[in-house]
Each structure stands twice: as structure tokens, then as C-alpha cells.
Design a protein around this ligand. Structure first.
Ligand SMILES: *Cc1c(COP(=O)(O)O)cnc(C)c1O
Length: 432
């Protein structure tokens, strides 16, 4: 028995399914999850000391590569001053100032510890601000696991969902909560217009992944982006860009800087903590001023703005704000997906690719998908086989056809060459 197998069996005795977050269990691709021992740059090593090129980067955060010396040093320096105080620190001010400077739609920001907390709090705030209950979300978008957001949700929820119209996609979520959530198809402007027309004066917020990454990578059309901004403005609803994944990932200013859109609220997470538990939500100060302790919308956190997380986040920001960082990251990511597409073509495998900044999508379909329905129609079986072939050849892709992938600045040309050689073998085996 391999060490990974032994650990997986042992884990299942005390942890449900053997993992602390469902996608890690490999349920969608089958097989034994790899238990990670350590990571460096673009690589990690599993319990059996097998080396992998990491294409998920902790699902986004590790944009500067694993164990970057400057980030490690910042955490070490902070750690000797204790881990948490429950009182404010100067580092939190610096973090807030840097976020407001890098993402201009954010006038004020509050730090939290996870993306789930950020979206849950942003929604409560939007409801408190507007005095309305209804929210709009899109099919296949994942916004963390708050109750009212687990309706036709993406990520691990996609392979788990009940197909019944507007049923919660998780047990334990009351129908009473779900009735306040309208779920619409992504990229469907007509459905959006109709929803606003039928619910005039009732919609508190529209929450969206401005570039979706929890149903594989799906980009919005320009008309969809414009309709979301125009309709929410007209109806006095709060436009929430959930940039937990895309913030500091697709560009320094997030997806909103690429779209030229000023959302009312933005959620951040993943990259901003550099791998430490930290996230944030922020936006228009007239909305943010409704938050406790100045407003009546309650939100709090014992570990919010944790000094170690802030230290890691700031050190990470210092690296990603260096000139040329995103040009280089975008170039490497494009080279990677194009190289893969080339090799698929050589092997005669139906395959398409997309990427934005350091985020990519791989699809076993003729065309790049534009909706959740398109993704489900792709060849999921081919993906599963390809995933395991790549894994055997030392490349760790996201263990699900419904997740985007991530490249870090440590994925240099030498690493890409290794990935291409793995892909060549994998596509050839798949074609056989
Ligand atoms: C990951 C993610 C979340 C949830 O963040 P957690 O830190 O896992 O709670 C929310 N929204 C989006 C778009 C995400 O990708």
C-alpha cells in the first residue's frame, strides 16, 4: 500500500470523507488523493515523495510560487511577536490602504478570514443597505458556502447538485432561505432583464463571479457585463463582484479593471492572503458605513486581520506589484494552454483552452464554453482519464472538470517544458 493510500484510509476514520474540503477527495476523478508533505516554487511532493508540478496553487493563492523566501521571512518575523491580539494593528491599516489603492472601486474595506465570510457579509450588508431581501446569482457560480448562496452553486457543489429547479444544492439549507435567491443562467442578458422587470424594487443585490472559475473558466460577454452594471444601477440594487478568485489573479486590479466596471462592493480572498487565511469585502463608503460599529449591520471576527496573515499578504503584494509581474504571468499561462492545445491537436483529441492572467480553463470540447450547460456537455470522461495520465506523469491538475487552474510566476519555461512533455504522453495515451 502506498503512503497516500494509508493516509487516506486513516483520515477517513476521524474526518468525514478523509478531507477538510470536498474537492480534495478526488471523488470527481476517482483514485486516491495525494497527501502533500511540502512544496517549493512550482512543485510539491506527496507522502510517497513523488514530485508534481502544481497547477492549482492552493486553488489560487500561491501566485508567487510556494514558500517564496520573502513571504516566508515576513511570516517568521511576525510570528515572534505572537500570533493574534484581538486588538487593531498598523499592518491592517496598510493592508486596507493598499487594497483601496489597487482596486479603486473599494473606498473602504473590512478584513475577514475566508472568502465565504466575505461574500456572506457583503450580502448581509447589501440587504441591510437596501432594506430588500432578494438576491440574484448565476448558475455554476460559487460564492462560498453561506446558506442562501448554495443554490445551483459551482465548484464541489456542481457534481452534487439536485437538478430540481431552485432546490438548495446542499442538505440543511431551508427552502425558506432559498426562496430569496434567484438563479439565472450566466451570460444570459434576456433572463437578467426579465428578472429585474418581474422583481422591480425587490432586488437587494446581484452577486457574480465576474470571470467564472468554479464551473471551469468561463468569461462573460461584454453585453452581459454592461447589463449587470446598468440594471443594478437603475434598480438601486448593489452590484457585488465576487473577486475572491479573480482578485489579484487575472490582473492587479482584478476582473473589474479588465471590464472597466466599478462594482458597488467587491469580495477578495485567495491571492490577497498569499496562502494564509485572509479575505476581505469592501466598496462604496456609503454602503460600508452601514457596518458595525458605526452602522446596524453586524459583522465580526476573532481572527480578522490576523497579524501573520496580514504579514504574508503584504509581502505577497510587494511581489505582485513589481513592474512586469502580470505580463510575465499572463505570458506563461498563455504559453502553457496554447502548448497543450497544440499537443492535443497533434494527438487528434478534441480539446479547447482559455486563459486570463494567471488563470486557465481546459475543456474537452470543440468550442470554449460560455455557460454552465456548455461545461456539462463537454467530455467529462476524457477529462478524468487525462487528469490521471497527467498525474502519473507528474502534473497535478485540478481534480475536477468544473474547476479553473492556476499558474504561478514560478512556472518558468523549464517547468512548462516538463508539462508539455507530460501532456504529449498523456494526449497520446488518451487517443489510443
Ligand atoms: C474560493 C471562492 C470563495 C470561497 O472562499 P473560501 O475562502 O473557500 O471560503 C468564494 N467565492 C469565489 C468566487 C471563490 O472562488
Amino acid at each position: 500500500m502506498s503512503k497516500n493510500e494509508a493516509l487516506f484510509l486513516r483520515a477517513q476514520k476521524t474526518t468525514p470523507g478523509g478531507v477538510n474540503s470536498p474537492v480534495r477527495a478526488f471523488r470527481q476523478v476517482g483514485g486516491v488523493p495525494r497527501f502533500v508533505k511540502r512544496a517549493q516554487g512550482a512543485y510539491f511532493w506527496d507522502a510517497d515523495d513523488k514530485k508534481y508540478i502544481d497547477c492549482i496553487g492552493s486553488w489560487g493563492p500561491m501566485i508567487v510560487g510556494h514558500a517564496h523566501p520573502a513571504v516566508v521571512k515576513a511570516v517568521q518575523d511576525a510570528a515572534v511577536n505572537s500570533f493574534s491580539y484581538g486588538a487593531p494593528t498598523e499592518g491592517e491599516i496598510v493592508m486596507a490602504e493598499r487594497i483601496c489603492q489597487l482596486v479603486p472601486s473599494i473606498e473602504q474595506v473590512r478584513l475577514v478570514s475566508s472568502g465565504t465570510e466575505a461574500t456572506m457579509s457583503a450580502l448581509r450588508l447589501a440587504r441591510g443597505f437596501t432594506g430588500r431581501d432578494l438576491i440574484i446569482k448565476f448558475e455554476g457560480c460559487y460564492h462560498g458556502h453561506a446558506d442562501s448562496l448554495l443554490v445551483k452553486a459551482g465548484s464541489g457543489m456542481l457534481t452534487f447538485a439536485d437538478s430540481t429547479q431552485n432546490a438548495p444544492s446542499s442538505g440543511g439549507v431551508p427552502q425558506d432561505l432559498v426562496k430569496h435567491t434567484l438563479v439565472l443562467p450566466y451570460n444570459d442578458v434576456e433572463a437578467l432583464e426579465l428578472a429585474f422587470k418581474q422583481n422591480a424594487g425587490k432586488i437587494a443585490a446581484l452577486i457574480v463571479e465576474p470571470i467564472a472559475g468554479n464551473m471551469n473558466l468561463i468569461q462573460p460577454s461584454a453585453t452581459f457585463v454592461k447589463a449587470m452594471r446598468d440594471l443594478t444601477t437603475k434598480e438601486g440594487a448593489v452590484l457585488i463582484y465576487d473577486e475572491v478568485m479573480t482578485g489579484f489573479r487575472v490582473a492587479l486590479g482584478g476582473a473589474q479593471s479588465l471590464h472597466g466596471v466599478q462594482p458597488d462592493l467587491t469580495c477578495l480572498g485567495k491571492v490577497m492572503g498569499g496562502g494564509m487565511p485572509m479575505a476581505a469585502f469592501g466598496g462604496r463608503s456609503d454602503i460600508m458605513n452601514k457596518l458595525a460599529p458605526i452602522g446596524n449591520v453586524y459583522q465580526a471576527g476573532t481572527l480578522s486581520g490576523n497579524p501573520l496573515a496580514v504579514a504574508a499578504g503584504l509581502a505577497n503584494l510587494d511581489i505582485i506589484t513589481q513592474p512586469g509581474f502580470y505580463e510575465c504571468l499572463g505570458t506563461q499561462t498563455k504559453k502553457f494552454v496554447n502548448g497543450l492545445a497544440e499537443r492535443a491537436k497533434q494527438a487528434g483529441v478534441t480539446f479547447s483552452v482559455d486563459s486570463v492572467g494567471g488563470m486557465f480553463g481546459l475543456y474537452f470540447s470543440e468550442k470554449i464554453p460560455t455557460s454552465y450547460a456548455d461545461v456539462t456537455a463537454s467530455d467529462i470522461e476524457a477529462f478524468k482519464k487525462f487528469f490521471h495520465l497527467m498525474l502519473d506523469n507528474g502534473v497535478y491538475l485540478a481534480p475536477s472538470a468544473y474547476e479553473a487552474g492556476f499558474i504561478s510566476i514560478a512556472h518558468d519555461d523549464a517547468v512548462l517544458a516538463e508539462m508539455f512533455s507530460a501532456a504529449e504522453k498523456s494526449f497520446a495515451a488518451l487517443a489510443r
